[in-house]
Design a protein around this ligand. Sequence first.
Ligand code: BG6
Length: 457
Amino acid sequence: MKRDTFLWGGSTSAFQYEGGGKQSQKGKSLYDVKEEKTGITYSIASDFYGHYKEDIRLMAEMGFNSFRMSIAWTRIYPTGMEDAPNLEGINFYLNVFKELKKYQIEPVVTLFHWDMPQAIIERYNGFQSRETIDLFKKYCATCFDYFGEYVKHWLTLNENNLSLLMPSMFLKQSISSQDKDFEQVRWDCYYHSILCHFEAVKLCHEMLPEAQIGSMLASAFAYPLTPKPADIEATQKHNRDTMWKDLDILTTGTIDRRFMKELELRKVQLSITDEDKQLMHHPLSKIDFISFSYYFSLCIQDSESEQTTNAETMQMIYQGYYNPYLERTTFGWQIDSRGLRIFMNELYDRYKLPVMIVENGCGVESDVLTTDKKVHDDYRIDYLRAHIEEVVKTRVEGVPVMGYLPWGCIDLYSASGNRNKRYGFVFVDFDNDLSRYKKDSFYWYKKVIETNGRELS
Ligand code: BG6
């Protein structure tokens, strides 16, 4: 495939899609522990492990030239700490990559999509400890070594900018803002995860000079709720705190004055060593592109205003407000296709790096498998059509958009384990035998890809 080809495909993560947890030598990740506590069967999920040939064939039928997946760290190093990798896990991914190659589908691989080995959590409290950085580096080296021949696009850590907002994610015990060491712990974890990112980028460039590696950002793009200057300032702060702060470091390797001020204000002391600075500033530590997820936009109001936040679900973590001019999915996520274009322009203006959409889509519980095994998902087609229209316009405006890989192309578990919240072009029958059925959107997306985004009706 020529390197300048637009990537059309779809996106998944190991813990939500792959399954194959019990019948292999995969180690326990934090999601396997969740499974023990909640009964959510992450160890089965959509069973890509057992269906990968069928699924890749379906992707090829839609015309995919790319497919985003993540590697389960615990499949490569079951506890994260072994000296030698688990060859059975390596062979599984090699088989997947060979199968993708058969159809000229290029893998876009996330190194870390949240499924940290439980043993590392137990022993080192996840990213809180610096030892985890070395273990991550070793895992990345193994991936580059074995899979470099097949993988030309790598992503480091999924939605790394969320780590500060969800600090308990990789810790042994959850921590709340009431705890006295809350700030120190969450900033330590965040900083170490940033170092993991830089280690991965540098190593990738050293070991695989032909490959490209990018960061992965969760978009939390906000507009001011009103034209009041205070709301505008609050919105700028929101966008900076939730997104630009992270990307400023990842793109420049510099921890700027604002970041240092914030640490001071929160009485946090990070041990930023000279080696860290060298790593972050090393020419090989520079990312080649920025990838991101985009599901919604939100509105922000100055916190001193009287009204309290009215948004539910995901937008709550950002203390966001609903935009009266936008519709929402049944999950309360605001549908803002134009916002995707505004966001990509801003991203490119700021960082001057190619951008890749690796998550977008309409996750709803409305998909119904009819008796004749069809799924009429017009709402999904409408959502995706509107977003792809904006992607096409953004490209015309001159932003180098590398690809569009919507989330959950074949149905998978939502991050919280809800298997009825579906995003896919292919319906997975979770209640029976995990059979796959093509939805109406499957045929529609096939046409979109065939015409390189020209035929959207
Ligand atoms: C992103 C994550 O935040 O959003 C995915 O990278 C997740 O893992 C996706 O699945 C959609 O969220 P949800 O809650 O609908 O699964």
